[in-house]
Design a protein around this ligand. Structure first.
Ligand code: FES
Ligand code: FES
Length: 180
């Protein structure tokens, strides 16, 4: 018997989209299997690893725990929506610091860190660690990831929407040596 489908209308990375999706699909399944946006990773599928982190109406969520129907009429941002004409400063920084080994965790970390830089101070390693506390990395030990996030935070860059990757002003006044 064919799976029951429903019409899902939402905005993905700034683009209005309507798709027929199986009624039981999660947001992660719609992104990866229907829309072919495979930048968002499928790890544990149980809410444990953070690999599936996307932003729903600007807030980080675990896409494996969100039913696609819950995204009806809402705005979703994935890692594919992070870069503009140039990579996002966080992407640049992860690359420069060699902070991705297998890279499986990187999309989720980017979406969590971008939200933190946009919404709250993140100048210390503790604050950066707090920002990505739900994102597991099996490879790096986090040192280079935190170096990269703190560097971007201290440079005062908190890009707003997709495609806007220019400096937009100070995020916070970094305290000298905080958390180092
Ligand atoms: S795949 Fe969603 S938290 Fe692991
Ligand atoms: S770089 Fe491999 S899981 Fe993080």
């Amino acid at each position: 018997m064919a799976a029951r489908t429903f019409l899902l209308a939402l905005e993905v990375n700034g683009v209005p989209i309507e798709v027929a999706a199986p009624a039981h699909y999660t947001l992660l399944e719609v992104l990866r299997y229907v829309l072919k946006l495979t930048g968002t990773k499928q790890g544990c599928d149980k809410g444990d690893c953070g690999a599936c982190t996307v932003q729903l109406d600007g807030e980080p969520v675990l896409a494996c725990l969100v039913l696609a129907a819950q995204a009806q009429g809402r705005s979703v941002r994935t890692v594919e929506g992070l870069a503009g004409p140039r990579p996002h400063p966080l992407q640049d920084a992860l690359d420069r610091h060699g902070a991705a080994q297998c890279g499986f965790c990187s999309p989720g970390i980017l979406m969590s860190a971008e939200h933190r830089l946009r919404t709250a101070p993140c100048a210390s390693r503790e604050e950066a660690a707090e920002a990505i506390c739900g994102n597991l990395c099996r490879c790096t030990g986090y040192t280079k990831i935190l170096d990269a996030i703190v560097e971007v935070a201290r440079a005062g860059r908190a890009p707003e929407g997709a495609g806007d990757n220019e400096a937009t002003g100070a995020i916070t006044a970094p305290s000298e040596g905080a958390g180092e």
